[in-house]
Design a binder for this molecule. Structure first.
Ligand code: UDP
Length: 322
C-alpha cells in the first residue's frame, strides 16, 4: 500500500489516479485544507494532518510500503507574505511524517520538490547539480526539506527521490479531476478564467525581465507526465538501494505572453491583457534540463503546451460552464 499525502490536491489526485490505474493500492491522507474529498475517487481516504502525531493511526491501520508526499502549500506569493506558515507545514510537518515512517520501518519516500529551490539559476536549462539558492520562502521550505531527507538517508535503511517540478499544468483527460485552487494564483487557470469570462482581464506581472519579450519564462509540464514520473521513481526505489534528485520539466520555456497567446488560440476567445508590476519572488527564467531522469528512469514527457492548455480548458468548461 502506498500512502499519498495531499492526494486530494491537484498533483496528488492525478498521481493517485495513475497509481491505481497502474495496479497499486493507495491510501490518501489529506486534511482537506486545500484538497477536495471528491478528488479522491481511487483508493482509501483518511482525513488527517500529516503534521499530527495521530497520523500513526494510519500506519497502524494500513500496511504502508512507501510514501508519496504531495501535502504542502505551494504559492510563491503567499509564502512571501506568510513565510512561517510555509516553514511549518512544508518542513516541520514533513519531519513529523519522517519520524513516524522511521518508527514503522517505512523506508521509501518521494518528495514533491520544486524548481524554486534553484532561485535565479546561473545557467538555463537547469541541471540538478546547480547551486541551490532559493529566493522565496516556498523554495526555501523545500530546500531544507530536501536537506532533511539527505540526512535521513545518510542514517541508512531509508531512500528517497526528490522530484523538482517545474510548472505543473493541464488536467486529467477524462475531466474526473483537475486544477482547482482557492484562491487561484497560477497563470494558466487565471488566463482561462479571463477566457471563460470569470474575470475581466489577465495581468502580466512584470514586463522588464531579462527575457526575449520581457515577461517571465517558465517550463510547463503536464500533470499526467508528472504522475507517470512518480510511478517510475517509486519503482526505482523498489529496485535500487539508492536516493536521487530529478528535475521534472519539458525542457522548453514559454513566456507569460506566449501562454496568453496559446490560451487565445486554444479557446478562440479574446480578453483584455494588462501590463502590471512585478510579483515579488519571481525568477526571470526557469527551464529544466530533464536529461538525468530520462537517462536514469527512462521517463520522457508526452504532452506539449497546446495539449496542456486544451486539457485545462476542457476541465475549466466542465466546472464553470456545464
Ligand atoms: N503570472 C502573471 N499573471 C498572473 C499569474 C502569474 O503574469 O496572474 C506570472 C508569474 O509572475 C510567473 C508566471 O506567470 O512569472 C508563472 O506563475 P505561476 O504562479 O503560474 O507559477 P510559479 O512559476 O510561480 O510557480
Amino acid at each position: 500500500m502506498i500512502l499519498v499525502t495531499g492526494g486530494a490536491g491537484y498533483i496528488g489526485a492525478h498521481t493517485n489516479k495513475a497509481l491505481n490505474q497502474a495496479g497499486y493500492e493507495t491510501v490518501v491522507v489529506d486534511n482537506l485544507s486545500k484538497g477536495y474529498e471528491n478528488f479522491v475517487k481511487w483508493g482509501h481516504f483518511e482525513n488527517y494532518d500529516f503534521g499530527s502525531k495521530d497520523l500513526r493511526e494510519v500506519f497502524e491501520k494500513y500496511d504502508i510500503d512507501g510514501v508519496l508526499h504531495f501535502g504542502a502549500f505551494s504559492s510563491v506569493a503567499e509564502s512571501v507574505e506568510l513565510p512561517q506558515k510555509y516553514f511549518k507545514n512544508n518542513y516541520k510537518n514533513t519531519i513529523n511524517l519522517l519520524q513516524i515512517m522511521r518508527e514503522f520501518g517505512v523506508n521509501k519516500f518521494i518528495l514533491s520538490s520544486t524548481a524554486a529551490v534553484y532561485g535565479n539559476p546561473e545557467k538555463v536549462p537547469i541541471t540538478e547539480d546547480q547551486e541551490l539558492k532559493p529566493i522565496n520562502p516556498y523554495g526555501h521550505s523545500k530546500f531544507i526539506t530536501e536537506k532533511a531527507l539527505e540526512r535521513e538517508a545518510a542514517k541508512g535503511d531509508f531512500n528517497y527521490v526528490a522530484l523538482r517540478y517545474f510548472n505543473a499544468a493541464g488536467c486529467d483527460f477524462d475531466c474526473e479531476i483537475g486544477e482547482l485552487h482557492e484562491p487561484e494564483t497560477h497563470l494558466i487557470p487565471l488566463v482561462l478564467d479571463a477566457a471563460i469570462g470569470r474575470r475581466d482581464s489577465i495581468s502580466i506581472f512584470g514586463t522588464d525581465y531579462n527575457t526575449p519579450d520581457g515577461t517571465c519564462v517558465r517550463d510547463y509540464i503536464h500533470v499526467n507526465d508528472l504522475a507517470k514520473a512518480h510511478i517510475d521513481a517509486y519503482e526505482y526505489l523498489c529496485n535500487e538501494n539508492e536516493s536521487n534528485v530529478f528535475n521534472l520539466g519539458n525542457g522548453k520555456g514559454f513566456s507569460v505572453k506566449e501562454i496568453i497567446d496559446m490560451v487565445k488560440k486554444v479557446t478562440g476567445k479574446e480578453f483584455a491583457v494588462k501590463l502590471d508590476e512585478r510579483r515579488e519572488g519571481d525568477p526571470d527564467i526557469l527551464i529544466a534540463d530533464a536529461t538525468k531522469i530520462k537517462d536514469k528512469l527512462g521517463w520522457t514527457p508526452q504532452y506539449d503546451l497546446e495539449t496542456i492548455v486544451e486539457s485545462a480548458w476542457n476541465w475549466h468548461k466542465k466546472i464553470y460552464q456545464d
